[in-house]
Design a protein around this ligand. Sequence first.
Ligand code: FUL
Length: 412
Amino acid sequence: MPKGVIAKPTKEQLSWQDLELGMFCHFGMNTFCNREWGDGTDSPNKFNPQSLDAKQWVSIAKEAGFKYFILTAKHHDGFCLWQTNTTDYSVKSSPWKDGKGDVVAECARACEELDMPFGIYLSPWDRHALCYEDKEAYDDFYCDQLTELLTQYGPMVEVWFDGAGSEGREYDWRRIIDLVRKYQPKAMIFNMGAPTIRWVGNEDGVAPYPCWNTATEARQSMFTQDTTKWLPDTPLWLPAECDVPIRKGSWFWHPDDEDSIRSLDELMDIYYRSVGHGTNLLLNVAPDDRGLIPEADRKRVLEFGDEIRRRFSRPIAKTHGTGDILELKFPDKTYVDHVILMEDIAHGERIRAYELAAYIQGKWRNLVVGSAIGHKKIDSFKKVYTNRLRLTVDNADDIPLIRSFEAFYVGD
Ligand code: FUL
């Protein structure tokens, strides 16, 4: 077995990978204008959610089993959801709460109350700010906005830097990243500058397989095949995050398009191909113009959480161990149709090839041939009746460390 230098995660990356499931929340001027990308000219008068309740948003996330929550503090239209001193184009100029409201503060408070890690999205591309044309002036402006967000709203789990609209544009990433490191050293940095997590490269919520935890590049946005230019101190351990909206084709709420809400089967398929491929899944659920998550989305998100729990909260048996071969035995023969494997990635991603087999009528029958395990691999197969399963690692960069090997019977 070759023993080279194996990349390892930081302890913050490790805990972030354990979160697995996050809720993304796109809310802002677009919510009131039936748009996905405002051009920055919509009047702040339009922003007036009559019943905004961030606690409802975060409670839904909590109840469904999501483990972090990310809000669009500013989207491409430049409208700021917090009481910023950098521009008038914000909640301050809106009729909502007589200009005294602060959506970022309400989300941060709800997250704190419900013990939900909180993060923000701050679009680098800004279609409102006049200074956007002046690179240096805009870098100052953006850094000021980021500083406000990083210093006034408590601990952050993640800062989401969206590459969309910024193709070909350079920002002062050194300065931006240093701000995150200074004020929120534990926060994950998404895909730009010196990221600690990378974009999976699509907006379908799915990762390829294998999706290794190490990478030296990732796609910048949906609008270019180019990869982002990262700073030299970007770590090699760079787990992927899969983002996807619950309503097909839209990140913001639009009236009368409940039909676009993904079915439970579609969401489960996404789950298998994101979390089940060892990445995190960030599912977007958008509040409407009342400032509430609509009932239809709420229902689907809760069904999704229930289904994950129904399938995977009660293993038939589980074990862990070290070495190339690990067996999982049950007291009695039973049906099995899923296995969940986790590597102890604190020591790096070591396994490169593995097989799963079941002992049936006196013989080992092969069920699965795989490559990466990493943080997690969910394998589903046609049900077998057995009392023994076996994991064989065929290729690894160092001694395999299996954090958990669990078997399930999910049924139809
Ligand atoms: C994209 C943006 O253009 C979308 O509006 C959305 O914010 C998505 C998460 O990222 O690149």
